[in-house]
Design a protein around this ligand. Sequence first.
Ligand SMILES: Cc1ncc(COP(=O)(O)O)c(C=O)c1O
Length: 382
Amino acid sequence: MQYNFDEVIDRSNTGSIKWHYTDDTIPLWVADMDFKAAQPILDSLQRVVEHGILGYTKQTDGLYQAIINWHSSRYGLSLTAEQIVFSPGVVPSISLMLNLFTEVGDAVLINDPIYAPFVTKTKLNGCKVISSALVEKQGRYEFDLADMEVKIKKNRVKVFLLCNPHNPGGRVWTADELQAVLELCKKYQVAVVSDEIHQDLTLRSHTFTPFLSLAKGYEHMTVGLTSMTKTFNVAGIKGSMIFVKDKALATQIKQQQQLNDEYELNLFAYTVMQSAYEQGGEWLEQALVYIEKNIDFTLQYLATHLPDIKVMRPEASYLVWLDCSAYADDDKALYDALRDAKVELNSGIQYGEEGHLKLRINVACPQSILAEGLSRVKQALA
Ligand SMILES: Cc1ncc(COP(=O)(O)O)c(C=O)c1O
């Protein structure tokens, strides 16, 4: 079927985190799309509601098979049911893996800029944050492997939290780049926790590589974390997976989950997960075409009206990283100027020092909303 991504759906007064305002501010921030979910997902929920019994629910063979098929057909990642562990979210999984791989006081390596919970969860787990800045080359971020190695050695880093694809920079790390990271981590016995929640939002002409698919022989130190929530815009449903190929590590993770009874998801999460991976492909394909058009639209608009913003074109996701240093000299003032103009973007500084005077804009909304939001950005900065 043909989906209509131009449709404007009123989300005010729905408890939406994104649309939290009491006025007509346009939200171009948190990673949540203003698109209705795929029809097969909505139909699957409807069937559950019509059945009317919402009792205790376990994972079915059909659910495992849907996850296995999606990942093997798209990314060549072979999984068995025993290698899939369910978790309430990717962020809770990050915490769980830090808990397993570290002791209080241990050092954890992250890149800068990075999705903020990488830092907050590391600190909450009693670990030291060791940060390695990504370097910008020809408009895209790259790892600074030399810097990472120095820091791993000096701080005896225990875990590298990898963001693959990268948020907020939108990089889809190539197999060669990931291989180099793997070699480095192997050399110093650093465990790798790869957050791959943006995997399915990889855009035209880029190829996503699951870190786990490279980690043969190092599987006891590697997990992949992913979810259907970002891909299919069902974040309110919650639910995610930990992929773990090492049997002993899988047992450890499951034991850890027993502590808080965290190994079960709810009926709606299982329902959505299965229908999304079985029948959501058509929606996703069309959503990515629309997102790519909105990225082009945004780049053109900014080139015309705010030509001194340096834009990093994403290779995955609908999040665009904007260097606004030509238009501002204070992070708070930059954010406040936008809020005064009734548009909200994420302030770059929340992603680390590298985010100074940067903004992250979410373009996953009907183009009419995006156009109005961009005109307010122009009004605030020009
Ligand atoms: C890199 C990354 N990881 C994790 C999450 C959130 O995951 P969850 O809602 O499953 O905890 C996000 C949400 O934006 C994200 O960008």
